[in-house]
Design a protein around this ligand. Structure first.
Ligand code: ADP
Ligand code: MG
Length: 324
């Protein structure tokens, strides 16, 4: 494409709320044949709400939520915000709730939080966080977790003084049109993959709802980036072959390159997506996402619409196939 065509392309993008940071980003997008989607805030609305609470110990709901909110009030995580928001309804002054002081607050990335509140040790997070603290998970808690995950919700466990006390179900619905976007991408020969820090059960349910077949769950930020590299790797292997073996093999390799090399786009909104956004051939950040993700990306979807993933690829395809 001519420089003018690239300028026109980025200009059209900008006018549609698709911010393309330079010609290279616009060029790479037309070759994308695999997209890795983050879950929370990318495929889902990203405004989770508590929809259910089950107490396993004899405790007043108000007292339970006081301890949980006092702990979560120190976390920036969307799930923490959902919990604090929900806990407000048990306070006298809902608008300006005052939580008890939390001491020794610790945030365990990708797992949850803990603190000492009113001399009690409060741990809020996923199953592996509980197991790491040697907390037994009773059968009814397991059952509620399974049920919750089956409904594509996230189950959060609460332990107080070493005893599992409650299970919260938190719902974060799919963005409208998400399913259609995945199906249109499929028709454009672009494969979609879901990668999330959330648990396998919830991840599979969401993937099922949205029509994605390949799922990676319980992924740490570096693992999200690793997955992107893996998808690109078939191609790296092939390039190695091309350099090392005879001409016949080169031809075969070129064939393989066509068949299995993925040009990968990553779509995400969180700090935990930024390593993957950098590693991907094209990093696309959701406009409503964190500044760090927006900085790490090559393309920013200013309107935070998933449809704009298609807009970006379309624009790139038009710019780079017309002029050739
Ligand atoms: P995602 O990739 O979906 O944004 P994260 O990697 O941030 O997820 O978190 C993974 C899991 O760790 C969450 O699904 C939740 O179970 C648990 N978790 C993380 N932070 C918190 C928190 N502040 N409160 C409760 N649970 C948390
Ligand atoms: Mg996210």
């Amino acid at each position: 494409a001519t420089p003018t065509a690239v300028m026109v392309g980025t200009g059209v993008g900008a006018s549609q709320g698709v911010l393309i940071k330079g010609g290279q980003a616009l060029e790479s997008a037309h070759k994308v044949n695999c997209i890795v989607f983050d879950k929370t805030g990318t495929l889902t609305v990203g405004k989770p709400v508590v929809v259910n609470t089950r107490l396993l110990k004899n405790m007043v709901l108000r007292d339970f939520y006081e301890l949980v909110a006092a702990t979560e009030a120190n976390s920036e995580h969307p799930l923490a915000k959902a919990v604090v928001e929900y806990a407000k309804k048990f306070r006298e002054d809902e608008e300006n709730p005052i939580w008890p002081e939390a001491q020794d607050f610790v945030s365990i990335t990708g797992h949850g939080v803990k603190a000492i509140v009113q001399n009690k040790e409060v741990i809020v997070g996923n199953k592996s966080l509980m197991l790491d603290h040697n907390i037994d998970i009773p059968i009814d808690a397991e059952e509620m977790l399974t049920e919750t995950e089956g409904m594509a919700q996230t189950g959060i466990l609460v332990s107080i003084d070493g005893k599992l006390t409650g299970v919260l179900a938190i719902s974060d619905p799919l963005k409208p049109g998400a399913r259609e976007v995945i199906s249109i991408l499929k028709s454009m020969d672009v494969r979609s993959i879901l990668v999330t820090g959330d648990n396998w059960g919830t991840a599979r349910s969401i993937a099922n709802e949205v029509g994605i077949e390949t799922v990676i769950a319980e992924a740490k930020p570096e693992q999200k980036a690793e997955k992107v590299k893996d998808l690109q790797a078939c191609m790296q292997t092939v390039v190695f072959y091309i350099q090392s073996f005879n001409f016949c093999l080169d031809l075969y390799s070129l064939f393989l390159l066509q068949a299995s090399g993925y040009i990968v786009a990553m779509v995400g909104d969180g700090i935990n997506d930024s390593p993957a956004l950098v590693v991907a051939d094209v990093g696309m950040a959701i406009g409503a996402g964190t500044d760090i993700a927006i900085e790490a990306a090559d393309i920013v979807l200013m309107k935070s619409n998933l449809e704009d993933v298609i807009t970006a690829i379309d624009l790139s395809r038009k710019t780079f196939t017309r002029i050739r």
